[in-house]
Design a protein around this ligand. Structure first.
Ligand code: BGC
Length: 747
């Protein structure tokens, strides 16, 4: 993308934003501007005052100005594309014009998985969503979302394309870093935290990408084949729960097909499941280039076409008007589409609180990002107390090896990448263009130096095995940084680290018995050297202050408390599909998700595979005793209580994980499911307690023939663990059989 002069950009952004707060006069002639009225009522009042043309205007979104300026101005009657192009915030994801006559503000869309994304605007980046999911603490993602939402408001954006919660069903999926792990409950809780945080700024967030967009390879060609019950109990359940827990204004439908029907025209999953069964009131917006027709998409439940001209045809512009005229899309459906968008705009505060550009406190926001990373990075291995590198008994010489650790930490690529404050620390890497690798300018080595002022640090680039081994041999401790860059639109070719990084680690481990590895990756990677090193820290993509967070965790200034949100396999043979199916280009193809709802650790449990590091695993510099497990059921609500005692000498946080094992007769997809968790920060000697209310859907299977959830009667085992492979206590609970629908749970 070409760059713009910064002051021109600020002017353009300011001009583009139509800040039209309602006036007292307006409230009498325009009753929908009265913020004391309920969102539903305001929406109905406004709908009545709108012409058909005005309603249609809300249903069609434009991409950034550069592309739009080339579009024919007659695609939508009465709208000049070139004039619209002038109003789009440069570099932003999208724009929908406002209707000043009625006080409807324009919608300014920006990507926001981990921060406000715009190639021209430097903004704060959180750690990857997978990283913050590893905090197992929705307060962390909520604080992060709040920060993103505030930066969005102050940058002029009011619709954020955030909240990626697709399950990490395919460990090779290049976008797993944008998602919140492999378990539906964890994914929903952590994603919902982010969405609540974003929307607390009176703006809209999406939840995305609906549904079962599990791979990037051929994402517009693939049909995800899976049975309805399996989908309801896995990927769809994550959406169902996240929507309940955060009420996102919008759901973004995905590129892929679901059982042969494109997600954005999928009557079953949009109309029947999302809107009918789950009672969703907001609107469905398409992913950029995910629309394939006018009539099928509109009638199949899509409410707003996004980012024209990403779709080759402006389906929801003039063709939609024509479809209304010839009756193939009913007028009532147009009302429903507009109603959903307006409801979200009222309900989330977009109408009453117009966004306005202003200064951003980047120093404070870097702290939010750092705190998130410090809660999230996972200490996988710590033999012989190699960590922490304590300042009181600091090593004399430390070798830092590889991955530009003298300057930066890595970020994931694609539409989630945030332009770092201070710019890309290692420019020129990766495929280029929108897939240029971005390195956040936060140096782990400099931060370590700050923590250990008496230690001598030496850096080796980690490109040559001999040089790396030599550097390691000359030090008391060697810290090797390895990385795997993943990005939207590409899947990882394998779970192995690129290039000679494995050989470098092995050589370093041979040269120095005190070797620690820091892994920066989009998700799980293989570690053929794991037995040869003493310490391993999974840093994922740790965000704008990732270097500081890594240093504080390695030196014990912060006690690690992250737990894996996905399984790290021991080998590729353990995966359901060792290779991603299909091709990026060519004919349509199908991937059969034969594992059904047995995703991640459930698959490993089912087949008795022993992973390298299990779902839920993570170490601390203190020790915890988990106990006091009590499970009870009253009025169909199952509750599990437990206690945790910090039995070590340092303050630290433990994540109590509650799993349930079902009797055979329940016919679960796998022996166990995570049904709840609680993170407790405890001082040495302190005991804390947690209570978890178990959602009944987590105890049930889905009966496609009646649309009901079914809990089988029988004896269930409740397990309390410090990880899915580290169960510390069990209890039995007899459950009575029960059937219910999602709708009944909402009453
Ligand atoms: C991505 C979405 C993103 C959109 C707009 C698409 O390529 O799949 O996640 O929100 O672009 O940038």
């Amino acid at each position: 993308m070409k760059t713009l002069n910064a002051s021109l950009l600020v002017t353009a952004v300011a001009m583009a934003i139509c800040a039209s707060a309602p006036t007292a006069h307006a409230a009498s002639t325009q009753p929908w501007t009265d913020s004391n009225k309920a969102s539903v009522q305001r929406t109905e009042l406004l709908l009545k005052a709108m012409t058909l043309e005005e309603k249609l205007l809300l249903l069609f979104g434009y991409a950034s100005g550069d592309q739009l300026a080339q579009v024919d101005s007659t695609i939508i009657p009465g709208v000049n594309a070139k004039e619209v192009a002038a109003k789009v915030i440069p570099g932003s994801a999208g724009y929908i014009p406002g209707i000043p006559r009625l006080g409807i503000p324009a919608q300014y869309q920006a990507d926001a998985s981990i921060g406000v994304r715009n190639p021209y605007l430097e903004r704060t980046s959180l750690p990857s969503s997978l990283a913050t999911a590893a905090s197992w603490d929705p307060r962390v993602t909520e604080a992060g979302g709040k920060m993103i939402g505030l930066e969005a408001r102050l940058s002029g954006f009011n619709v954020m394309l955030a909240g990626g919660i697709n399950l990490a069903r395919e460990p090779l999926n290049g976008r797993n870093f944008e998602y919140t792990g492999e378990d539906p409950l964890l994914a929903a809780e952590m994603g919902a935290g982010l969405i609540r945080g974003v929307q607390s700024n009176n703006i809209i967030s999406t939840v995305k990408h609906y549904l079962i967009n599990a791979q990037e390879t051929g994402r517009t060609l693939v049909s995800a084949q899976i049975s309805e019950p399996a989908l309801r109990m896995s990927d769809a359940l994550a959406f169902e729960l996240a929507i309940e827990k955060s009420s996102p204004g919008s759901v973004m439908c995905s590129y892929n097909r679901i059982n042969d029907v494109y997600a954005c025209q999928n009557d079953k999953w949009q109309n029947q499941v999302l809107k009918r069964d789950w009672g969703y009131k907001g609107y469905v917006m398409s992913d950029w280039g995910a629309v394939h027709s006018t009539v099928q998409d509109a009638n199949g439940g899509l409410d707003q076409q996004s980012g024209f001209p990403f779709d080759k045809v402006p389906y929801f512009a003039k063709p939609l008007r024509d479809a209304v005229d010839d009756g193939s899309v009913p007028l009532a459906r147009i009302d429903d589409m507009a109603r959903r968008i307006l409801w979200a705009m009222f309900d989330k505060g977009v109408v009453d609180h117009p966004v306005k550009t202003g200064p951003i406190d980047y120093a404070a926001h870097a702290q939010v990002s750092q705190a998130a990373a410090e809660q999230s990075l996972v200490l996988l291995k710590n033999d012989a107390g190699v960590l922490p590198l304590s300042p009181t008994a600091a090593p004399k010489r430390v070798a830092i090896i590889g991955s530009y650790a003298d300057k930066a930490v890595l970020a994931g690529g694609g539409s989630a990448v945030v332009t770092p404050i201070g710019g890309n620390a290692v420019p020129g890497l990766g495929p280029g263009g929108w897939l240029t690798q971005v390195w956040q300018p936060s140096s782990p080595m400099k931060a370590l130096q700050k923590q250990l002022p008496a230690t001598q640090f030496a850096f080796d680039a980690g490109t040559h095995v001999d040089a790396a081994a030599k550097a390691a041999a000359a030090a008391d401790v060697a810290i090797v940084f390895v990385h795997q860059w993943t990005a939207e639109s590409l899947d990882a070719p394998s779970l192995s680290l690129d290039g000679n990084q494995d050989a470098i680690v092995s050589a370093v481990a041979k040269a120095n018995p005190n070797t620690v590895v820091v892994v920066e990756s989009g998700g799980a990677v293989l570690m053929p050297w794991h037995k040869d090193v003493k310490g391993i820290l999974a840093a994922f993509y740790p965000g704008a202050a990732g270097g500081e967070a890594i240093a504080r965790l390695l030196t014990g200034a912060v006690n690690p408390s992250g737990r894996l949100p996905l399984t790290f396999p021991a080998s590729t043979d353990q995966l359901v599909r060792p290779k991603i199916g299909g091709k990026s280009e060519g004919p349509l193809f199908t991937v059969r998700y034969t594992e059904g709802a047995a995703v991640g650790y459930k698959w490993f449990d089912l087949h008795g595979h022993k992973p390298l590091y299990a779902f839920g695993h993570g170490l601390s510099y203190t020790s915890f005793e988990l106990g006091g497990l009590q499970a009870s059921q009253a009025k169909a609500q199952m509750t599990v209580k437990f206690s945790v005692k910090n039995t070590g000498h340092r303050e630290g946080a433990s994540v109590g994980q509650v799993y349930i094992r079902a009797p055979q007769s329940a016919r679960w997809e796998a022996p166990r499911r995570l049904v709840g968790f609680g993170k407790l920060a405890l001082k040495p000697g302190q005991t804390g307690t947690s209570a978890v209310n178990v959602d009944p859907r987590l105890l049930a299977t889905f009966d496609e023939s009646t649309g009901e959830w079914v809990i089988a009667p029988g004896m269930y085992e409740v397990q309390l663990g410090a990880g899915s492979d580290d169960i510390r206590a069990t209890a039995k609970l007899a459950l009575v059989g029960r059937r219910f629908t999602s709708a009944q749970l909402r009453r």
